[in-house]
Write a protein that binds this ligand. Structure first.
Ligand code: MET
Ligand SMILES: [Zn+2]
Length: 347
């Protein structure tokens, strides 16, 4: 079982995990994408979190697919799971809280099933042929307030004047408290579109005594700024200031922007950098559809990974529209390279 030392919520706990993994870690791929491939209908304000109610067996299946593909970190189905969203569906607050807890439990159960299968993939072998269990962490997903609005505003970063840091804290507080006690090893704040929401998360981590660490993943549409127009550097500085943040990075962003973003992140933090881009397609929030990009293919995505590693990232995965095949390919590229010493291997 993988775990981050709970009392030592500094980036050293992530550095130790990375060392155990061989210097880098593989994160899973698009969760909602994979649920849809298995037949789930998630065109709903709850999006992938709808499956926590209707088809938890598919949630387990997708986690297992990613573990079998080589993931060291699986992310829970809670990206769009909010108490407010479940209550709007007619559930009670108690039922909503149970579903949040269940998202963590389902990931932990999938990890146990994976280990108990005792197949080749759940073991790592060092150069001397010594076997050890593949380290696996569970990250509890917290999607941004914009994700809850389900209007694509996690990609615009515009929440309007009525939204303040305090209102964002009130929105996320109970959910973060519950996910921190769900069995997950860390919290994944994902698709953060502006500085205000990063500040709200830092306050919550510090004020609510959250006893597991977190990573902050921002999104970008130009390689320089987050969707609100604020620079990635100023947003990353907010994350860097918090001891409980053990990795900082980028998710759900086109692969072509990742290099520049890693270079900027490296200028403001020494914490491990995590990148899990989407396929490069663009999300049409109103019609809830992904629009194909002429500029990128899955092949391009994987060919970037070595470069991202040289630029200083150490956790790699995929976001929307990536699949277990993407994750297998990332794991393969990285394992081929791990015998070659990298000057940037450990941060
Ligand atoms: C819009 S980004 C979604 C992130 C989430 N972890 C997922 O893969 O579904
Ligand atoms: Zn995504």
């Amino acid at each position: 079982m993988g775990s981050l030392v709970k009392e030592g919520t500094s980036s050293s706990s992530m550095t130790e995990f990375l060392e155990k993994c061989g210097g880098y870690a593989v994160v899973d791929g698009g969760f909602a994408t994979e649920l849809e491939r298995h037949g789930a209908d998630i065109k709903d304000p709850l999006w992938s979190a709808k499956c926590l109610i209707t088809s938890p067996h598919l949630v387990t299946k997708v986690h297992l697919d990613y573990l079998e593909s080589g993931a060291n970190i699986i992310i829970t189905a809670s990206y769009q799971a909010t108490i407010q969203g479940f209550v709007a569906k007619g559930l009670s607050v108690g039922e909503a809280e149970s579903l949040l807890r269940r998202s963590g439990e389902l990931s932990c159960e999938a990890r146990e099933i994976f280990y108990n299968r005792c197949n080749k993939g759940s073991w790592d072998f060092d150069h001397a042929g010594k076997a050890s269990r593949r380290p696996v962490l569970v990250a509890a997903s917290v999607g941004s307030y914009g994700a809850y609005l389900a209007d694509g505003s996690e990609y615009s970063g515009v929440y309007g004047d009525s939204v303040s840091k305090e209102s964002l804290k009130d929105f996320h507080r109970r959910r973060v408290q519950i996910l921190a006690k769900s069995g997950a090893d860390l919290i994944a704040f994902e698709t953060i579109p502006n500085k205000l929401e990063a500040e709200a998360y830092v306050d919550l981590l510090e004020e609510e005594g959250i006893d597991i660490p977190a990573w902050f993943a921002f999104t970008s549409k130009d390689g320089v700024t987050v969707p609100s127009g604020e620079s990635i550097k100023e947003c990353a500085e907010v994350a860097d200031s918090c001891k409980k943040v053990v990795a900082i990075g980028i998710n759900c962003t086109a692969p072509r922007y990742i290099s520049d973003l890693i270079i900027s992140l490296r200028q403001v933090t020494h914490k491990p950098i995590i990148v899990y881009p989407n396929s490069g397609e663009v999300y049409d929030g109103l019609n809830k559809k992904w629009i194909k990009s002429e500029e990128e293919s899955e092949e391009d995505f994987v060919s970037y990974v070595s470069r991202w590693r040289e630029e200083g990232a150490s956790l790699f995965g995929g976001c929307c529209r990536t699949t277990p095949n993407t994750i297998k390919a990332i794991a393969k590229v990285l394992s081929c390279e791990s015998s070659v010493p990298s000057k940037l291997k450990f941060w």
